[in-house]
Design a protein around this ligand. Sequence first.
Ligand SMILES: Nc1ncnc2c1ncn2[C@@H]1O[C@H](COP(=O)(O)OP(=O)(O)O)[C@@H](O)[C@H]1O
Length: 285
Amino acid sequence: MAAITRLVKRASPSLSVSSTAARRLFCSESSSHAPPQDHFHAPQRKDPKDRNVQWVFLGCPGVGKGTYASRLCNLIGVPHIATGDLVRHELASKGPLSSQLSEIVNQGKLVSDEIIISLLSKRLADGEAKGESGFILDGFPRTISQAEILERVIDIDLVVNLKLQEEALLAKCLGRRICNQCGGNFNVASIDIKGENGSPGMFMAPLLPPAHCMSKLITRSDDTEAVVKERLRIYNEMSKPVEEFYRSRGKLLEFNLPGGIPESWPKLLQALNLDDYEEKRSAAA
Ligand SMILES: Nc1ncnc2c1ncn2[C@@H]1O[C@H](COP(=O)(O)OP(=O)(O)O)[C@@H](O)[C@H]1O
């Protein structure tokens, strides 16, 4: 526990400071035959005191990375950058990549490093132009090669590995709903796992939308049972090793979700040393 506290303190020294914009990554116009890392310009590395946090959220599909990462981003004032959202945005824009992407995503496969890095670089460059500082990355890196490329160009302070009992993951993915008007994320699954043989039970209440979103709910095209199973398989094969990559660098914070948002959110804040963050921030203002 003490080691985790030290890790979190080291990773979030400037949480209460609205720091100046740190230099981020840019998308270069390099040839499509160049190795993926050549799509990044090396950023100027800044002392963590002079910028906001640069965190990564890892975890299986359905674990709730997006939910917790976006709540934390609202709390600490950094952008939530989810590569899945960047891919879906590209798909919806019907741009040159969209037909290629839709086939890959709807089979539950990973998009190539080259495409994902070019989407991420563009997002970071746009953010820098707007004066953003820091981020929480969600869904990237997802392979060892992505982690290595990222490490070459930017400092990651902390990696939060969210974990949930495996039997809940499929149900959580199948229960996901998005409001096609406001873009809000909801979940209609009610999960009630009985504890047995010493393993704890777990209850997760559905996260229902407000009445005005109810008739506008849509399901992601890749949230079908067959595709989710394939995504879970690919996570175990390609993304699980990324946990060890960061564990060996002393950057991994393991967090077992004890239940739904009401049970998990306060505990996550505690684990991140942010439980009294709002009070500290108003005291410092
Ligand atoms: N870092 C990445 N590398 C490769 N493909 C990605 C990456 N991030 C997102 N994708 C693509 O976008 C899809 C949706 O991603 P995401 O919303 O993060 O899904 P999940 O619910 O599986 O975490 C993935 O299945 C994959 O096809």
